[in-house]
Design a protein around this ligand. Structure first.
Ligand code: GLA
Length: 722
């Protein structure tokens, strides 16, 4: 079979090429398939042989004569000194994998499947790589099959490893916490390993599974970069290693706890999908690739067929103090402001008068809603809004009927003598979704709610990490992997029984945001903080991978409940309108002037919603004190740009703002559309700019002078091609 294998395989998308090196099947040392090149599309005059020649390396002092390659799954048996992509053993033996390519299947011009066999460990490795034509996004997985006749223990099976050009020496990763997710964290690559690990059993607040590798010169608008993301909602590892031999690679995969994964004969495991984008034109263009990919491959048609409705959410308006009467009054107010969906958050089910009880009992609390939810839903619908409901199905409070009936349905730190006691977090435990009876119970509860009530949307929450992910059902073994798959299955089952229901992924804010969960959900609750200034930074990080129409963004109360910061309505609304907009504040106590402002903001969002939810995002370079970006329509006919000043100006007067992404040869009418009546301390650009017609060239290369602004204020510019 191996003689039919060519030394190189090349696939192309619109702007990218990927060349795979399969020479390891020849004489001498064998090795598995490796990426020889991934980047800008190569012309017909370039051959893989040229690249191979250009890449000729030599034996360095105190190194192997022939380096073990950075294969898609670098191998221990081949002497790889970094982190092997596949790490398996059979009771301690047969660990040194050393595979040989068995077959390569080309699927059209853009996809490859490479099957390799390792006789030493008795495994089959199937790598699948594809370039998406529209977005240029690379998708890559590694599948491992036990072809031996005994149990195979799997310590690691990462998605394909990506060689990183040495001059991509900057690592942009993510840090964060509850209420402050998606924080950019930049480090210079160093000799050694940059490693981010997540054991929270959800995507996590602090270690979003994404990393960007770029050059010193790369910025938002120019320069080379790779962006990588692992589409997985459980534990993960992100590794970027610079080896002393003068090479670097990136590797992402699932993180397994001890003994978590084993494969019986003929069983397979497939890594989560690695999504990659490569650019020569800056970080915004990298984001545009991911946004395009999500828009054309992940977002479900239930959400593309209608505009994303403006939400009203009850959480920061009422918390647990629910009453039908107040909810109906809130619904009246919300509808008057332009809300299109009313979401009843936590507190509606049995015994849920605080966060210490009730999770698991997904039945309407008749002490609060004596006639069930119908009177509220009828009222909401009569106001022209859809109804949505909060649930947190994976969790249970010890103080619940469910836990009293089934105390064994939970995950724990194992069984037997000396096992650690159960750890509570937010007073709750985690249900073991790998048990079919738990799945059935949850499905039936949710199916019951959807069958009885007109619920168009669920906010699906997950408010604690999996600190003790052992399943008594599986001899106490760690089951984060299977728990994650079981969650996907449960949601898929609900969606197939109720195809129109939309689901939001929430985990105490943005703790479960990744392309894996997005295959099953339709919106992401970006963060629990509604503080507009913090939100600008959070939304900026989020936008590196996700488009605006997935980004839950609410206008909160004037005094932010989490930070206590007082921010005026124009800024709160101006920040929220660039996402999947919502309102989450007590409208019964909100001042009339604020409501008038908010109503205008909702109307403005609706006017430009299509552009915001489909355009190309262009982030602009801004100082620490500023935030600025734009959304440009695909045909460059229309754009919105936002400029926010977080703190006082550094100079007496600010400089000019240069827009990017416009057609340089076109003429644009420019108007400041938000706030409604922007003012400055003296006559300024604000008095002359509206209605002016200016060339795209001038707007990009000269820019528009900013007025003297107050801290915590923003301006939104609208540009329309004339
Ligand atoms: C989490 C969510 C919030 C809210 C509460 C309710 O913290 O992120 O938005 O729904 O739970 O308990």
């Amino acid at each position: 079979m191996s003689e039919q294998i060519q030394p190189f395989y090349t696939v192309h998308s619109l702007h990218c090429s990927l060349v795979l090196d399969c020479r390891g099947t020849g004489e001498g040392i064998k090795h598995g398939p490796a990426i020889l090149y991934w980047g800008a599309r190569l012309g017909p005059e370039t051959t893989p042989e040229m690249l191979a020649l250009l890449g000729t390396r030599q034996e360095a002092q105190a190194c192997m004569p022939e380096e073990s390659p950075i294969a898609l799954s670098p191998e221990l048996g081949a002497g790889f000194q970094g982190n092997a992509g596949i790490q398996v053993h059979r009771d301690g033996g047969q660990w040194a994998s050393y595979s040989q390519i068995e077959s390569v299947i080309e699927d059209g011009n853009d996809a490859l499947t490479i099957v390799s066999i390792c006789l030493a460990t008795q495994i089959k490795i199937t790598h699948r790589l594809a370039l998406d034509q529209q977005s240029d996004v690379l998708t890559a997985t590694t599948e491992l099959t036990n072809i031996g006749d005994s149990t195979l223990w799997v310590d690691q099976c990462s998605a394909p490893s990506i060689p990183v050009p040495m001059h991509y020496n900057k690592i942009l990763g993510f840090a964060g916490r509850w209420g402050n997710e998606f924080q950019r964290q930049s480090v210079d690559r160093f000799m050694g390993t940059y490693l981010r690990e997540n054991r929270s059993g959800r995507t996590s607040h602090d270690s979003f599974p994404g990393v960007i590798l770029h050059t010193e010169q790369t910025n938002e608008g120019a320069g080379a970069a790779y962006g990588l993301h692992l589409g997985w909602s459980g534990n993960h590892q992100i590794r970027v290693e610079e080896q002393f031999v003068g090479r670097a690679y990136a590797q992402m995969g699932e993180l397994f706890l001890p003994g978590e994964l084993s494969l019986e004969p003929n069983e397979s495991y497939c890594s989560p999908t690695l999504y990659g984008a490569s650019t020569q034109s800056g970080l915004s263009s990298l984001s545009q690739c991911f946004h395009r990919y999500i828009r054309s491959n992940i977002i479900d048609s239930r959400c593309t067929e209608k505009p994303r409705p403006v939400h009203f959410n009850t959480w920061e308006a009422m918390y647990f103090e629910l009453s039908l009467e107040r909810l109906c009054t809130l619904a009246d107010e919300a509808a008057a402001l332009g809300a299109e969906r009313f979401v009843l958050d936590d507190g509606w089910f049995n015994n849920r008068r605080s966060d210490s009880a009730g999770l698991g009992d997904w039945f309407v609390d008749e002490t609060v809603f004596p006639q069930g939810l119908s009177p509220l839903i009828d009222h909401v619908q009569a106001k022209g809004m859809e109804f949505g409901l909060w649930v947190e199905p994976e969790m249970v409070n010890p103080d619940s009927d469910l836990y009293r009936a089934h105390p064994d349905w939970i995950l724990s730190a194992g069984v037997g003598l000396g096992a650690a006691p159960l750890l509570l977090a937010r007073n709750q435990l985690v249900l073991d979704l790998t048990r079919p009876e738990v799945q059935d119970y949850l499905f039936n509860c949710i199916h019951g709610l959807l069958s009885e009530y007109a619920i168009g949307y669920f906010k699906w929450d997950m408010n604690r990490a999996l600190y003790q992910p052992g399943s008594a059902h599986c001899e106490g073994r760690a089951v984060t992997h299977y728990q994650t798959l079981a969650l996907y299955e449960l949601i898929a089952r609900i969606r197939s029984a109720h195809p129109t229901v939309e689901i939001e992924s929430c985990a105490s804010g943005g703790g479960r945001a990744d392309f894996g969960i997005l295959a099953h959900t339709d919106r992401i609750w970006t963060s629990d903080t509604n503080d507009a200034l913090d939100r600008l930074r959070i939304q900026n990080g989020f936008s590196l991978f996700f488009p605006a129409e997935l980004m839950g963004a609410h206008v909160g109360p004037k005094d932010c409940h989490i930070t206590g910061r007082n921010i005026d309505m124009a800024t709160r609304a101006g920040v929220a309108m660039f996402g999947y907009m919502g309102i989450e504040a007590n409208l019964l106590t909100m001042e009339e002037s604020e409501k008038t402002e908010l109503k205008a903001a909702v109307a403005l969002h609706k006017q430009h919603r299509e552009l915001i939810h489909s355009g190309d995002l262009v982030r602009l370079e801004s100082g620490d004190n500023e935030n600025s970006f734009g959304v440009v329509s695909a045909d460059q006919d229309e754009a919105l740009f936002s400029y926010a000043l977080l703190d006082s100006h550094r100079n007496s007067a600010p400089g000019r703002l240069c827009f990017r992404g416009l057609d340089p040869d076109a003429q644009y009418e420019i108007n400041i559309v938000w706030p409604r009546q922007p003012t400055s301390i003296s006559t300024s650009i604000l008095d002359v700019i509206n209605g002016a017609v200016i060339s795209g060239d001038a707007l990009a290369n000269f820019g528009v002078q900013l007025p003297i602004m107050l801290p915590q204020s923003l301006l939104i510019f609208h540009l329309q091609k004339r």
